[in-house]
Design a protein around this ligand. Structure first.
Ligand code: SF4
Ligand code: SF4
Length: 182
């Protein structure tokens, strides 16, 4: 958490701590999060390295990375972290700060990726990774780019083969119609 004594300059790390209610120093860089991340392949910086950059005060590097924007919020990292550091929540905070500070993020494909992701949630209630990547590829016209790596990822069990609907699809739709109005 941020300290509020008078000599302390409020840093980006403090902003993140305020937004997430957890301190970035919790993370001891074991790398388990990045090892299980289903979209690591598309990221310019590994998820745990974004935490490291923030720990070390390299805020610009962290905020302009495409990694937080590619993070699908799947919680794989958060559930396997030995420190119970909620990395998915951390990524949300980094995205928010990048927007608040008007940081120019590296790749503009990211916006397309997010649109694809949101469409998947609307359709299935939660993300279905294969469909997500396929839709992303269609939108960005990079159809042939990763054809070779996809079967590998499937074999390793990193991508789910069958879309599973959440029971409460209606409430997801409601959230979307609410956020669309904003
Ligand atoms: S799994 Fe947790 S402690 Fe390990 S690098 Fe990732 S966030 Fe840090
Ligand atoms: S929540 Fe984000 S960083 Fe964590 S495993 Fe999922 S996609 Fe990767």
């Amino acid at each position: 958490m941020s300290s509020h004594n008078h000599n302390h300059v409020h840093t980006i790390a403090d902003d993140i701590a305020d937004k997430t209610m957890q301190d970035v120093s919790l993370c001891y860089q074991c790398g388990k999060c990045s090892a299980g991340c289903p979209v690591r392949y598309y990221m310019d910086v590994a998820p745990n390295k974004i935490v490291r950059l923030i720990q070390l005060g390299f805020y610009d590097e962290a905020l302009k990375s495409d990694t937080p924007w590619l993070c699908a919020g799947c919680m794989t990292c958060s559930t396997r972290c030995p420190q119970e550091f909620n990395l998915a929540k951390f990524m949300d905070a980094v995205r928010e700060l990048a927007l608040e500070k008007g940081v120019k993020v590296k790749k503009n494909d990211i916006v397309k990726f997010h649109e694809a992701f949101l469409n998947q949630i609307k359709r299935f209630g939660r993300s279905w990774e294969i469909g997500l990547i396929a839709e992303y590829k269609m939108k960005t016209m990079h159809l042939m780019q990763d054809v070779d790596s996809a079967p590998d990822m499937m074999l390793k069990g990193k991508l789910e083969m069958i879309p599973h609907n959440v029971k409460d699809k209606e409430s997801v739709k409601k959230i979307f119609s609410k956020t669309a109005k904003k």
